[in-house]
Design a protein around this ligand. Structure first.
Ligand code: HEC
Ligand code: HEC
Ligand code: HEC
Ligand code: HEC
Length: 428
């Protein structure tokens, strides 16, 4: 897979007007992450998709900080998952983890704005520059890198805010007025190095690039496809690094203030070689307990519905389709629930959805209440088959069975999925 390994991207750095004389040995390190999008930990579904997560990020940063002097750590934001009850638990976990990771800045991203105001932890350095009026975050940040001062500005395109839960938040697009404003701020504060953390489209990026105000521009990822990472934003003038999506990796690089234009940022994927950080693991245990509690509280609610399940369960299919059942029972699908039990994730709805029958579709509730609906069964692919079982003249609902695979074999859960290679392994 082309994703793996370390790649080097030549980054186009814009030059700043005015000449700044720095001391001879003045350099610092920069590291950037972001776009977690709720992917707090790799699911473990496949070795090829086994990248990312906060536990490895913590180890990575510890190593980075112990072996490099003056590390400025930036996060491009967009870390929260889309809202749900479980998403809310993740937000807590993510922010606890971020407090531990101590970023110097976090750009407010679209996903952070899907939640109500109090969810942005005030002890974290969230910020955003293209804001009108007062809002709860700073508009620029200045951090020390050894003896030097690094100035940070952040831009979030209003076009990228799909949903804004904050009526009082007034974000404006980049304009010549805004560029002038930034120039003034830079002249007044004259940092040794100026960074723009950016999330927007190429046209907007070009405006910042043309302004030549910033020594370095790092962009958030605009894509949601972890298998096809786009790690550069290209404008007609140059290219800028875009951080890996779904928190799968980080960039790091050495900034030499005597030669600001020549910096290479290196990409590191958070592979299993970065061990899980033990301290942070404790937070994950707390999270798993809350997820389990949520599971049981949902169960209470669902039990009250007393739904008539449209599923029959594989034991019923077996009575007439002995051969197919025999083949199925030797496939990994028939073991998918035990797989979750082995990693103690059989109470996590986000995992169960692909490892049991009909979760949240009037099927699986719990191992105790619906013991016949564990694992990936006939009905995951052929559709609910109770009606067919009592009258075989009624066909099973899914005519296009082939197309159903990708509802589970998707993204990092099954990066190598290819129907023509996978189907023969389960052909019946
Ligand atoms: C979108 C569907 C989906 C979700 C959600 C999902 N899985 Fe999976 N999982 C799969 C598929 C598909 C495979 C088989 C991948 C393959 O072999 O190509 C798999 C395989 C696995 C395996 C077996 C790995 C091995 O090689 O033996 C484990 C363990 C696992 N998943 C754990 C989890 C956990 C834990 C979660 C929740 C954090 C989860 N899964 C969520 C679809 C999913
Ligand atoms: C009482 C016996 C019986 C049971 C129980 C039964 N089937 Fe069938 N099934 C049949 C017969 C008979 C046919 C052939 C029907 C035909 O060709 O007209 C069939 C055909 C099928 C077909 C191919 C045609 C279609 O309807 O798509 C599928 C797929 C299928 N069954 C799946 C299942 C699944 C899944 C279950 C369990 C939920 C199940 N069957 C339970 C008897 C049964
Ligand atoms: C409801 C979710 C789901 C659907 C739909 C699904 N799978 Fe799977 N598949 C899984 C899970 C989960 C595993 C891993 C089970 C385990 O190892 O515990 C898996 C494993 C497999 C494996 C074993 C992989 C290996 O390398 O041995 C094959 C092959 C496979 N699936 C093929 C298919 C095909 C083909 C389809 C569509 C016709 C399909 N699956 C549809 C969830 C699904
Ligand atoms: C991972 C998905 C998956 C699972 C699980 C699965 N099937 Fe199938 N099944 C398929 C696919 C795909 C086909 C082939 C359909 C085609 O070629 O059009 C098929 C074909 C069949 C056929 C033949 C249909 C025909 O028209 O000839 C029957 C009968 C059948 N399955 C029954 C079952 C039974 C019973 C089980 C459970 C013991 C089961 N299947 C489990 C995906 C699945």
């Amino acid at each position: 897979m082309t994703l793996l390994g370390v790649i080097l991207l030549g980054v186009c750095f814009t030059s700043k007007p005015g000449n700044l004389k720095a001391a001879d040995d003045s350099f610092f390190w920069i590291s950037a992450t972001g776009d977690l999008r709720g992917e707090i930990k790799p699911c473990g579904c496949s070795t090829d998709g086994d990248m990312g997560g906060l536990l490895r990020r913590a180890t990575y940063l510890k190593q980075m900080r112990s072996s490099h002097e003056s590390v400025v750590y930036l996060d491009l934001g967009n870390n929260f998952p889309v809202p749900s009850e479980q998403g809310r638990l993740k937000v807590d976990l993510i922010q606890k983890a971020m407090l531990e990771l101590r970023p110097d800045a976090i750009l407010v991203g679209p996903n952070e704005l899907l939640y109500e105001r109090p969810l942005l932890n005030q002890n974290l350095p969230y910020f955003l520059s293209n804001l009108r009026g007062d809002w709860l975050v700073k508009k620029s940040l200045f951090v020390a890198a050894g003896e030097k001062r690094v100035g940070l500005w952040g831009y979030l395109s209003p076009a990228q805010i799909y949903q804004n839960k904050h009526e009082e938040l007034d974000v404006f697009p980049v304009s010549s007025q805004f560029i002038e404003d930034l120039q003034k701020q830079l002249e007044e504060t004259h940092p040794d190095f100026a960074v723009l953390m950016f999330r927007g489209d190429e046209k907007e990026l070009q405006k910042f690039e043309k302004s030549q105000l910033f020594d370095l521009i790092i962009t958030g990822s605009n894509n949601d496809d972890e298998l096809n990472q786009i790690l550069e934003m290209k404008t007609s003038e140059g290219s800028f690094i875009s951080i890996p999506t779904k928190g799968q990796g980080a960039f790091h690089g050495r900034v030499d203030l005597n030669n600001k234009k020549k910096v290479n940022l290196e990409l590191d994927w958070f592979l299993a070689k970065y061990e899980d950080d033990q301290k942070m693991m404790a937070y994950f245990d707390v999270y798993d307990q809350s997820v389990q509690a949520l599971f049981f509280s949902n169960l209470d609610r669902m039990e009250k519905h007393e739904l008539e399940a449209p599923y029959a369960g594989e034991e019923t299919c077996k009575t007439c389709h002995i051969v197919q059942h025999q083949i199925w029972s030797t496939s990994r699908h028939s073991n998918a629930f035990a797989t979750l039990e082995n990693v103690n994730k059989h109470f996590d709805l986000e995992c169960l959805q692909c490892h049991v029958v009909g979760l949240q579709k009037e099927g699986f509730l719990s191992p105790e209440l619906t013991p016949k609906l564990l694992n990936v069964q006939c009905e995951n692919c052929h559709g609910p088959g109770k009606a067919h079982s009592s009258n075989p003249k009624i066909r099973t609902p899914n005519a296009a069975v082939k197309e159903v695979c990708s509802s589970c074999h998707q993204g990092s859960h099954s990066p190598k999925f290819d129907y023509s290679l996978y189907y023969p392994k389960i052909a019946h």
